[in-house]
Design a protein around this ligand. Structure first.
Ligand SMILES: [Zn+2]
Length: 89
């Protein structure tokens, strides 16, 4: 019985600890990348979210020797999961 109570106390304290820790920590890790605006990309729209790459270009990925632009790291990752799905022909 004593052990059970201890376990509950432990898990409660672990959970409250996790809540206090901010999970958005690595959002601002790629700050020095402003010159990306001059990069030429083959897609005028982000294939994931359809934002204009000319205005919202934040990241690029090279697929089949072509440079594709994305509005965010998230979209790039989505693209890389299945590039063929997003690249026409
Ligand atoms: Zn996007």
């Amino acid at each position: 019985m004593k052990i059970n109570i201890l376990m509950i106390l432990l898990s409660v304290s672990v959970m409250s600890c996790a809540q206090e820790t901010p999970k958005v920590k690595q959002v601002k890790k790629m700050a020095p990348k402003k010159e990306i605006k001059g990069v030429k990309v083959v897609n005028s729209e982000d294939p994931i979210c359809h934002m204009k790459t000319a205005e919202f270009l934040k990241d690029t990925a090279i697929y089949k020797s072509k440079t594709y632009g994305f509005c965010s790291d998230y979209c790039k990752k989505e693209f890389k999961k299945n590039p063929a799905k997003y690249v026409q022909k």
